[in-house]
Design a protein. Structure first.
Length: 289
């Protein structure tokens, strides 16, 4: 597994400076359905901040490049700029003034990937002084998502689309990592987090009407009762099929099934969810498209 390191101080120390919009900047749409962008619903403009923006594509020097699925950015209500450039996670400081946005004090992890060409071009565009922001609402978009275009002073453009947060119920939560308590006394003071082995297709789907959870534990299908209350999910005893798989898959399945027959706290962060059992074991999952 490739290690990541920050090129400067911790991303958690980043803050965002937001300059209030002038009252003259309203939300009146032009003929193309565009809007000025601002810092949220209270500004009377289309929201730029507190939106998870997926990067769709980038046009630089007349050449258009599709973005890797991992590229996104967000400026949250507390002022923190976070995201992914296509390979590496990043943070920054930003200033929003009407339709103008600028980013500064970039910090990023330092991992090499196949998407480095796109990442380097995107980084250059975001750092290219003041960008002009234009938001549109696509009436044909089934998800009713905003779309955003950032244009640099040299005419390069970044197209982004709002990505809605995943719902707890009805979402296919694909399991990505499992964390097992590694201390000898079982107090859960430390954990070894591992990705699922190759070939595992573990996922869970919660059904609100039926009060159940179903899916795959890595090898076998699984189902159980599931009661959600106050940030916790109480899983009933699991019913599974009886297939035998590779040893690594069976070991991962055993860990995942440890959630069942007990209570786990859950936390959803946009399209990621973490489940933590009463003994401290963790399961991380992402919402499938």
């Amino acid at each position: 597994m490739k290690k990541q390191r920050l090129t400067s101080v911790s991303l958690s120390l980043l803050t965002l400076t937001v300059i209030p919009l002038a009252a003259a900047c309203g939300s009146e749409k032009d003929g193309g359905g565009s809007q000025t962008v601002g810092t949220g619903a209270g500004s009377g403009t289309a929201a730029l901040t507190d939106v998870h923006w997926t990067v769709d594509d980038l046009t630089a020097d007349g050449k258009k490049s599709a973005a890797p699925a991992s590229a996104w950015l967000k400026i949250d209500k507390n002022g923190k700029v976070s995201g992914n450039l296509g390979c590496n996670g990043f943070g920054a400081q930003a200033t929003v003034d009407g339709t103008e946005v600028s980013f500064a004090q970039f910090l990023s992890t330092d991992m090499a990937c196949d998407a480095m060409t796109f990442e380097n071009t995107l980084t250059k565009a975001l750092k290219d002084g003041t960008l002009t922001a234009k938001s549109t609402e696509d009436a044909d978009n089934a998800k009713n998502a905003q779309q955003l275009t950032l244009t640099t002073k040299t005419g390069d453009t970044i197209h982004l689309t709002e990505e809605k947060a995943a719902a707890l119920y009805g979402t296919k939560w694909t399991i990505t990592t499992l964390g097992a308590t590694s201390d000898s006394d079982g107090n859960g003071d430390s954990q070894a987090v591992s990705p699922l082995p190759s070939g595992a297709d573990a996922y869970l789907v919660l059904d609100q009407k039926k009060g159940t959870v179903s899916g795959n534990a890595g090898c076998n299908n699984v189902s159980a009762d599931a009661t959600v209350s106050d940030g916790t999910i109480t899983f009933g005893s699991p019913s599974t099929t009886r297939r035998m798989c590779d040893g690594s898959l069976m070991e991962a399945e055993k860990t995942l099934l440890g959630l069942f027959g007990g209570k786990a706290t859950y936390k959803i962060d946009h399209r990621s969810m973490t489940l933590t059992s009463e003994d401290g074991a963790t399961v991380s999952a992402t919402a499938a498209d």
